[in-house]
Design a protein. Sequence first.
Length: 224
Amino acid sequence: MALNLRFLTVKSIPVLFWSAPKALTFRPPLKSFFFLIVGLIIFGLGEALLIAAGYGVSPWTVFAQGLTTVTGWSIGFATFVISIAVLLFWVPLRQTPGIGTISNAIVIALVLEFILPYIPRFEHDALQIGLAVLGVVVTGFGGAIYLIANLGPGPRDGLMTGLQRLTNLPIASVRAGLEITVVFSGWLLGGTVGLGTVLFALGIGPSVSAGLFMLNQFFKNQDG
């Protein structure tokens, strides 16, 4: 069992054949950019599956909902303010942005726009829960692919990796702690928490960590 849970101890983003030499570059290696986009598409698909399950929004959306109840802002403006605030936290954490930071918002938005309408909706509770769980796993795996590309994380993933370096805790623990804190804060402010929200908060950290671990193990063995 200990061997099976080794992925929970992952503390860094592995360097694999598609990893860019540096995050801040205007001429990234083609393979790094390719895997960045592939990872973001898979990440967006996972979020679309979670939305289609109909069991609650993501933790950060709950937080945005909570802000709207106390400020009167729109959900879109609240989300924008949160993203800016998260990016400001990058400064003391010494995070480096890149084209992946911008691509994160663009690609995921496009995936949600064009793929979400084609994902089937289920009436049975078990199928809906299964879809939500699948969404969390797919999101984590996509996140692992694009993080390994090393072209700059999205705002929230950058906060995760920055906090990991600061605390030296496993990525799974840092991400889970971050998401749970955001959910609890949003709920206190008046946001709506669903089963899918809880599944995402508890599962996204281990899912990203598992993706990093499996990709590293697979490609390290291929090189060997």
